[in-house]
Design a protein around this ligand. Structure first.
Ligand code: ATP
Ligand code: ZN
Length: 405
C-alpha cells in the first residue's frame, strides 16, 4: 500500500447494490481524496490521497467515511428496478473508449476538470441529436423557451435544492462594487497552482448560482399565478452545472454540460400520459439511431442525509426512469447481460405537484399543477454513440450518416 493510500474497513458491509452510490459520495468526503475504490465484497474502502497519509488526517477521514457509510447503508434495502425497455443487446461494432482518440485528433480539448471544448465531429453529432429531440418536442407542439444560465439562490432555496443536492452546486459572484476592491483586483490578481489568488472579501455576497437543470426556469416563470389554459408543453436547451469533484472524468461526467428538455405542466394524467407518449416516440428514434440501451427506474443523486428517504420515495411512485446506454468498453471481462456497463443519457421525470405546491402554480380548479420533463444529456448521448460505433462515420448507422452528409 503506497504512503498516499488509506485502507478502511467500514463498520457496515456495503451491499453490492449500494457500491456505486457510496463510491460517488466518497469523492465529497475530503479535499485530499483523489480517488476511491470499494472491494467487490463491500468490506474495504481504499482511498488515494494527494498527500502522504498521517495519523491526524487518517482519523479525520476515517470518521467522515464511517459517517457516510452509516448514513447510506443503515436500514437500506434494494430498490426494485423496473425495466421498461431492453435493447441493451442491440449489436454494436465498437468496444473501444473513444476518449484517447478524440483528444488525439483534437476533436475534444480539456480546459479544466469537467470542462471540455467539442470539435467539429462531436458538434455535428450533437446538432444531429438536437434535431431529433426538437422533432420530439414538435410532435407535442411544444412552445420554445430560452432560459438564462444563471439562477437566483432564492429560487433554488424555494424548491429545497440546497438540502437535496448541496454537493453539486456552483456559485456565481462578481467583484464588490467598490473602487478600491476593483483596483486592487486589477493590479494584484494572479493565478497560482491553487487558483485565483484573491481574498474572499473581494467578492460580493453570493446571490446567484449557475443553473443545475433546465426545467426549473419554466416553473419559476409560471410561479405565483394560475396556469394559463390549465396546461403547457415547453422545450428548451441549456447549459447545466453540477460539480462532481473527483468523479469528473471524461465526457461521461462534466461540470458544465448541455441538456435539452421537453417539459409538461398540467394535471397528473396530462403529465404522466405525455411522459409515456414521449418514451414511446423516443423508442422509435433510438431504434433508428441503433442505440443499445435500456430504460429503467432510477433515482436522483441526492446527498447523503436525504438519499435513502428520497430514493425510496422516487422508486415507490415511479418518478424517474433513465435511458441507460451501453458503454461496451467498460464491460467487465466475461460479462453477463445483466452486468453490462451503462451510462444515463436521458431521463423521463415526474415531479408530482412538488413545483406546483412550492411555487404556487395553480390549475383552473385551484389545485397545484403537476410537472414532468424528458431530459437528454447531449454530450453523454454523443459519447455513448461514439462508444458503440467508433469515430469512423462509415461504421455509423445509415440514418445518422445520411443526416450528417
Ligand atoms: P429533474 O429536474 O426531473 O430531477 P433533470 O431534468 O435535472 O431531472 P437529470 O435526470 O438529473 O434531469 O439529468 C438529465 C440528463 O443530463 C442525464 O440523463 C445525463 O444525460 C445528463 N447529465 C446529468 N449530469 C451530468 C453530468 N455531470 N455530466 C454530463 N451529463 C450529465
Ligand atoms: Zn427537468
Amino acid at each position: 500500500m503506497s504512503k498516499n493510500s488509506l485502507e478502511i474497513s467500514p463498520l457496515m458491509i456495503i451491499p453490492a447494490y449500494l457500491v456505486g452510490e457510496v463510491k460517488s459520495k466518497l469523492a465529497y468526503v475530503d479535499e485530499h481524496i483523489m480517488k476511491a475504490e470499494i472491494t467487490s465484497a463491500g468490506d474495504k474502502i481504499i482511498l488515494h490521497l494527494d498527500i502522504e497519509a498521517n495519523e491526524g488526517l487518517n482519523n479525520r477521514i476515517v470518521t467522515k467515511i464511517q459517517r457516510v457509510v452509516q448514513a447510506l447503508v443503515k436500514g437500506a434495502f434494494k430498490l426494485k428496478v423496473q425495466v421498461l425497455e431492453d435493447f441493451i443487446d442491440r449489436p454494436v461494432p465498437c468496444s473501444i473508449d473513444p476518449m484517447p482518440e478524440l483528444l488525439r485528433r483534437s476533436e475534444l480539448s480539456q480546459e479544466a476538470l469537467g470542462i471540455f471544448v467539442l470539435g467539429p465531429l462531436l458538434t455535428r453529432l450533437v446538432a444531429y441529436l438536437e434535431r431529433r429531440f426538437i422533432e420530439l418536442a414538435d410532435s407535442f407542439g411544444a412552445q420554445p423557451y430560452r432560459f438564462p444560465t444563471l439562477i437566483p439562490a432564492r429560487f433554488l432555496e424555494r424548491v429545497k435544492y440546497f438540502s437535496a443536492f448541496p454537493h453539486s452546486l456552483t456559485f456565481a459572484t462578481h467583484l464588490r462594487t467598490d473602487l478600491d476592491a476593483i483596483d486592487h483586483f486589477a493590479n494584484q490578481a494572479v493565478c497560482d497552482e491553487q487558483g485565483l489568488n484573491v481574498p474572499p472579501e473581494t467578492f460580493a455576497q453570493v446571490n446567484t448560482l449557475l443553473s443545475p437543470a433546465v426545467c426549473y426556469h419554466l416553473y419559476f416563470a409560471l410561479a405565483g399565478k394560475p396556469l394559463k389554459d390549465g396546461q403547457l408543453i415547453a422545450t428548451a436547451v441549456g447549459n447545466c452545472f453540477r460539480y462532481e469533484a473527483s468523479n469528473l472524468i471524461s465526457l461521461e461526467r462534466l461540470w458544465n454540460f448541455t441538456m435539452r428538455e421537453v417539459i409538461f405542466v398540467g394535471t397528473k394524467d396530462f403529465v404522466l400520459d405525455h411522459r409515456e407518449l414521449g418514451r414511446l416516440r423516443m423508442n422509435k428514434v433510438f431504434e433508428e439511431m441503433g442505440l443499445a440501451y435500456r430504460v429503467e427506474s432510477a433515482n436522483d443523486p441526492f446527498f447523503i442525509g436525504e438519499f435513502r428517504r428520497q430514493a425510496a420515495f422516487q422508486s415507490a411512485f415511479q418518478l424517474k426512469y433513465e435511458i441507460r446506454a451501453r458503454l461496451p468498453f467498460k464491460d467487465p471481462p466475461s460479462v453477463l447481460k445483466t452486468d453490462y456497463a451503462t451510462l444515463a443519457v436521458g431521463s423521463y421525470n415526474y415531479h408530482q405537484d412538488f413545483f406546483g405546491r412550492n411555487l404556487d402554480i395553480s390549475l383552473p380548479d385551484g389545485s397545484p399543477a403537476h410537472t414532468g420533463c424528458i431530459a437528454f444529456g447531449l454530450e453523454r448521448m454523443a459519447f455513448a454513440l461514439l462508444s458503440q460505433y467508433g469515430l469512423e462515420m462509415k461504421s455509423w448507422p445509415a440514418s445518422i450518416r445520411k443526416a450528417l452528409m
